[in-house]
Ligand binder design. Sequence first.
Ligand code: HEM
Length: 405
Amino acid sequence: MQTLAELDLPHLAMDEPSFGQNPLPRFAEARKQHPWLATSSLGIVITEHKAMRELFGRDDELRPPYKDVVALLGQEGTTWGRFTEEQLISLPVDKHKFLRDTFAAKFTPRFANQMRPLMQATISRLLDEWVPKGSFDFELFASHFPISVMFALVGAPQEGIALLRDDLEVIGLAHSYQLDLFPRIQEGMVRIDEFVQRIIADRRANPHDGIEDMLDLLIDTSDTGNVDHRQLVDLIMFFFLAGYDTSKNVLTYTMYTLLDYPEIYERCAEDYDYCRKVIEEGLRWFNPSTVARFVDKEFEYRGVTFPKDQMLFFPLSISGRDPGSFPDADTFNPDRVVDPNNRQLAFALGKHMCLGQYIARAQLQEALHQVARRIKNPKRVGEVGWRPFFGAWGLKGLPIAFEGA
Ligand code: HEM
């Protein structure tokens, strides 16, 4: 058995601002020195897709990092700090299980399918507004998509979107550990809290006859499942936050990729089932998250001891490009045969696996299909930038010009 300190591990400077520009060669290089582990300034990095899957299978020995991250950033007692410590993902095991079981039973593929007409109408409205421009920053366009859809799913008036979009944009950077952003992050958190309290109060005052949208489902599930008001507010806030830059960055990167594959893009406009495959391959090709955990109980894995309180990083974002798990990993192929025991990890795995994954997939499929129908012959007309690798990684800006339809 070896300790981590005894291993000769490569170092990945994941906190460097330039790291997000082109991380794949750095991971490939790191795997030459050690096939599945590396160091970083904050903790140990798992660099192999298979090891990530296997370690997520042992999540009873790991704990989510959020309490520790709040302390690390000196944000205890603030609005963001309280929320981050008490949101679904950071709750103690029994409380998490209670809430997760209550809601997971309802967040099914069937429910996501029922929401598709609402999603379609929202995306179509958004495109009516943007397509006549003929050229725009696709990232900016894509940033309106998850929030507009989420507003539609909770029946909120679309006028409030602009302000909350700016709030979500900066809150999304919280996990990239930039301390100077926190005054603005706190301001945004207060506004989102007030907004969620207001939509719940309005709906309780004017209830629908049955379950017509996601807000009905969330309120009904929390009332019948004895979930208290604060937990319900936090969960809805979490939905806004968890679904925002994840979905935006995936849609933006998918568009960026498809600029190099015009035949695939054009087929997405005609063939809806193919469009689903493109999104699935897109989630393997690129996804935004690097998930962190602490070791809660010392354990051994592949002959290495992981001591209690060791911080671990799972860069899910690059895991789908690991050639050890995916043949021709650097070829974008929507027709690739997916091994059900070795799927991509965009939504993580185990007890915190994304609760919104069916909603996320449905809205991405609907968006790509309609974008391909309305934005014809898109071309990149300027440089792209990159977001920090930690947190929600992705493109910063994607200027395109196109023919509108
Ligand atoms: C492409 C879009 C999305 C991606 C890539 C994504 C990714 C993830 C990942 C990697 C996790 C696990 C985090 C961890 O283990 O620390 C997660 C958890 C979660 N996601 Fe998503 N997500 C997306 C969209 C959404 C949407 C739209 C919603 C809500 C409608 C949502 C709700 C959640 C919730 C509630 C959890 C926590 C589950 C738990 O702790 O039990 N996500 N997501």
